[in-house]
Design a protein around this ligand. Structure first.
Ligand code: GCU
Length: 678
């Protein structure tokens, strides 16, 4: 139902009763909790969740009382005061928790209040999945920064949003009613997200008006009970465009003082503000380069302003020139991030984190991991992922992103010939950095499904889970989500698992394969097939396709040199066409259409075949979903069926336009005589 969509994976649907529920605790004790505290929230959530899942009405108290068996939730310190020290306490790290159902009481102890809330959600998730086993474990986060970024504009529109207008802003102002904001915070807390940037990276300085600062205070108040800290994106030129100064030069003391003052005001409204996010000198945005200052000069200006308040600055590495000339064979947008940042390593203040998109270009269906992860050794970094399916079907196509993210997170950069997985770089472990983590672009809207598609919610769920623990298997994460979202039916489980796990390869097959990027319209919509737009543009998302050949030559020997931005072992692999995996062939090499792949097929025949194969899978999704009629409530069933039917049709459009385009260009016939055979 609409209500189910709204609650996402927090439906707390009743589970079949079994004998072991008889000895279930009779009360909840939330230690040391005041109304807006996460521990108080944990107590409330446990009470409602257990009532809904098990039909048991438990009392909730804030002090220890003598009952035979209770669920006790609180911080490790509060627990120690009432019940004595627990051995596991010393294993707890920031935001971590200890959960035990082994004794008479269920014990949920957080290193801090947030950790206690995470433990409560974990316990509820297990109950909701019918898991009543006795267990006991400590769970700590892999990285401290686990944020989401909303790209919401002040007028209520959302950049690359596909689920209606903003839940945060309307008509230039922060909304009055924060009900949806609190509901969103609850979903985020349940997947252990601890921070949110509420406004677009293409930021508008009017967010800093007195009225909007009040509004930000209200947003923070709505999310604080869930342990979600608010942060904001800033427009670099604000001192001039909003503050009335004659300059926004980051080394001008007036500018520095202006930001310090604004920051004090922000913290007066949001005392626990997480920090700032800054997009500078990118896609027309202002930045320090305007004044011949470095990007580090720019980032450090904000770092100085938030430092006394304990805040951090997420500074985006998505800096590139969007007017580059394709006639120069050596030009390459993929080189930009390393070129802009390599000389700045070690020059950022300690509370700056460089936020790096997972690949060198822009959330394409297939990219290698960004080489910048291995370049920055003395700078804290975070990975930027996109839950929003901007280039990937905009929530009208099914695309479960867990496997894509996992591949990047597990990628080994082999820095100094030592194991250097991306996940261990962004956690701060590999290069011994104090900060690090992930930022996920989400763009939920007022639509009751949050993302515009019920099945797309698996991406938000998986994002949080992998940010906390990248060692998890995406398929298992998916299956937890399916159970929580759709219940226990085996067929429902198998069908949604199959569809989701096939969805990335299918989309890659009918959109762009062999590392050629997502052959979508890149000039504006980023939607639907338009391979012609991939060349002759200043954006630098090129394929260099002509009558005979295709692909970006990113070798050092003959191309843009991009392969050489990776540490030697990886650089060698990509430099050599023999050792480059087929799925990145055209990312790193420019080859003839007749070039044979490792499979033995030619590049062009692979194109033709893959597009047929991918589109066929999309047709099967419709049948697979339709087989669930009666097993999923009709509202969600119909909504998904509508989208899958649409995807099936659009996949044919993709297949035929891409194949026709490359047939027209190369004039090489399809061996199976499907393309242009009419
Ligand atoms: C993409 C996207 C833009 C966005 C930009 C960014 O290019 O299309 O809408 O502003 O990324 O991440 O800054």
């Amino acid at each position: 139902t609409a209500e189910d969509g709204h609650r996402g994976w927090l439906r707390y649907a009743p589970v079949p009763q079994t004998g072991s529920y008889a000895s279930f605790p009779t009360s909840i004790i939330a230690l040391n909790s005041t109304r807006s505290s996460p521990v108080y929230t944990a107590g409330q959530e446990l009470q409602q969740g257990i009532n809904s899942i098990l039909g048991k009405q438990l009392s909730a108290n804030s002090t220890s009382e003598k009952t035979f068996s209770s669920i006790i939730v609180g911080t490790v310190d509060a627990y120690a005061k009432s019940y004595g020290e627990i051995d596991e306490a010393e294993d707890l790290e920031e935001d971590g928790f200890y959960l035990s159902t082994e004794g008479r009481n269920v014990v949920i102890v957080g290193q801090n209040e947030r950790g206690a809330l995470y433990g409560a959600f974990e316990y509820l998730s297990r109950l909701a999945q019918g898991n009543l086993d006795a267990f006991s474990f400590v769970d700590n986060p892999h990285a401290p920064i686990r944020w989401v970024n909303q790209w919401d504009n002040m007028d209520g529109s959302i950049e690359r949003g596909y689920a209606g207008p903003s839940i945060f802003f309307r008509n230039g102002l922060v909304v009055d009613n924060t009900t949806r904001v609190a509901e969103y915070a609850k979903l985020l807390a349940s997947i252990r997200i601890n921070g949110i940037i509420v406004n677009n990276v293409n930021a508008n300085a009017t967010l800093l008006s007195a009225q909007n600062l009040d509004g930000l205070g209200r947003l923070a108040d709505a999310m604080r009970p869930y342990g979600i800290q608010l942060g904001i994106s800033l427009n670099f030129a604000s001192p001039q465009t909003f503050g009335g100064l004659s300059t926004f030069d980051p080394l001008d003391p007036k500018v520095d003082a202006w930001w310090a003052n604004v920051t004090n005001q922000v913290y007066a409204h949001v005392p626990d503000m997480a920090g700032y996010l800054v997009k500078a000198n990118s896609e027309g945005q202002p930045g320090p380069l305007t004044y011949n200052r470095t990007l580090a000069d720019g980032a450090n200006m904000f770092a100085r302003a938030v430092e006394p308040h304990g805040g951090i600055v997420m500074f985006r590495a998505f800096v590139y020139d969007n007017h580059i000339n394709e006639t120069n064979w050596k030009n390459d947008r993929a080189n930009a991030a390393v070129e802009f940042f390599q000389d700045l390593d070690g020059k950022f203040d300690e509370n700056v984190v460089v936020q790096i998109k997972y690949g060198p270009i822009d959330f394409q269906v297939r990219e290698p991991a960004s080489p910048l992860f291995s370049t920055l050794r003395n700078t804290s970094t975070a990975i930027e992922l996109q839950i929003t399916q901007e280039y990937l079907g905009q929530q009208c196509h099914l695309l479960y992103l867990g496997p894509l993210w996992k591949e990047i997170l597990e990628f080994d950069m082999k820095a100094d010939d030592r194991p250097s997985k991306v996940k261990d770089i962004i956690s701060g472990e590999r290069f011994r950095r104090p900060l690090g983590g992930s930022a996920g672009v989400v763009n939920v809207g007022t639509n009751t499904t949050w993302l515009g598609s019920h099945l797309a919610m698996s991406n938000l769920y998986a994002y949080g889970k992998l940010a906390w623990d990248p060692a998890l298997e995406p398929e298992e994460v998916l299956q937890d989500w399916i159970r929580l979202t759709f219940g226990f039916d085996r067929q429902v489980m198998n069908t949604i698992t199959n569809m989701s796990m096939q969805s990335w390869p299918a989309y890659e097959n009918y959109s762009g394969n062999l590392g050629i990027q997502t052959l979508t319209d890149i000039l504006y919509a980023h939607y639907g097939p338009n391979p012609a737009t991939q060349d002759g543009n200043g954006w630098g998302q090129w394929t260099r396709a002509d009558k005979f050949s295709i692909g970006m030559d990113r070798t050092v020997s003959n191309g843009t040199g991009n392969a050489g931005q990776y540490p030697p072992a990886v650089a060698q692999q990509y430099e050599n066409i023999e050792t480059t995996p087929d799925n990145l062939l055209l990312w790193f090499h420019h080859v003839n259409y007749t070039h044979p792949l490792k499979s033995g097929k030619t590049v062009i025949q692979h194109f033709y075949d893959a597009h047929y194969e991918g589109a066929k899978t999309a047709q099967e999704f419709v049948k697979q979903w339709a087989s669930l009629k009666g097993k999923v409530d009709s509202e969600r069933f119909d909504h998904v069926l509508f989208l899958q039917t649409y995807q099936a049709g659009h996949a044919l459009v993709w297949r035929d336009s891409i194949n026709q385009f490359y047939y027209n260009l190369s004039e090489i016939p399809d061996a199976a005589k499907r393309v242009n055979n009419h």
